[in-house]
Design a protein around this ligand. Structure first.
Ligand code: FMN
Length: 157
């Protein structure tokens, strides 16, 4: 299937997760395009869409992800959609299922998304006093790609 993986990323960490997911979905036999939500003018060419956004300040999901869903809401409601968030600067996303923040939950409901996952994040900038490191996990991304693939290729999806 043709799958769009669109992201909202400020410092590149979420973009990297989108690339990892795109590569996994390609390995699973899909034709994948990975782009910033701000570069997506149409979702018409795709059979399924994944939208990922970076989390900031507990209440904020990157605007390029948010705007993409809002702008194409009616069309996206007719397609299989998945959503991901990133990401905690510790191992918590691997240890438990972290639910979406409220605003993302609302978007998930409006668009009728089939699933959501929170992946670990990455921070390279030491100036903010937050933990610096990379908690993105290739195995975690791979498992979610397989879940999407299973859902898309099951009869009647
Ligand atoms: C100022 C600041 C606030 C952040 N707030 C959150 C947060 O509320 N929740 C969270 O899970 N991660 C938070 N993070 C971690 C980022 O989501 C993480 O670094 C992510 O990988 C950034 O994605 P990006 O590189 O695509 O912008 C914060 C990071 C910074 C620098």
């Amino acid at each position: 299937m043709r799958i769009l993986v669109a992201y909202g990323s400020k410092m590149g960490g979420t973009e990297g997760l989108a690339e990892m997911l795109g590569a996994d979905l390609s390995d699973l036999g899909h034709v994948v395009e990975v782009k910033s939500g701000s570069d997506v003018s149409s979702v018409s060419d795709f059979d399924a869409v994944v939208v990922g956004g970076a989390l900031y300040y507990f209440i904020s999901w990157h605007k390029d992800a948010k705007t993409l869903i809002k702008r194409h809401l009616e069309e996206l409601r007719t397609k299989p959609v998945w959503v991901f968030s990133s990401g905690p600067l510790d191992d918590s996303a691997l240890e438990k299922d972290i639910p979406p923040i409220k605003s993302v939950q609302r978007l998930i409901e409006r668009v009728g998304a089939r699933g959501h996952v929170t992946f670990g994040g990455r921070l390279e900038d030491e100036s903010g006093g937050l933990p610096v490191g990379d908690w993105r996990n290739a195995e975690h991304v791979r498992r979610w790609a397989e879940e999407i693939d299973r859902n898309l290729t099951s009869v009647g999806s």
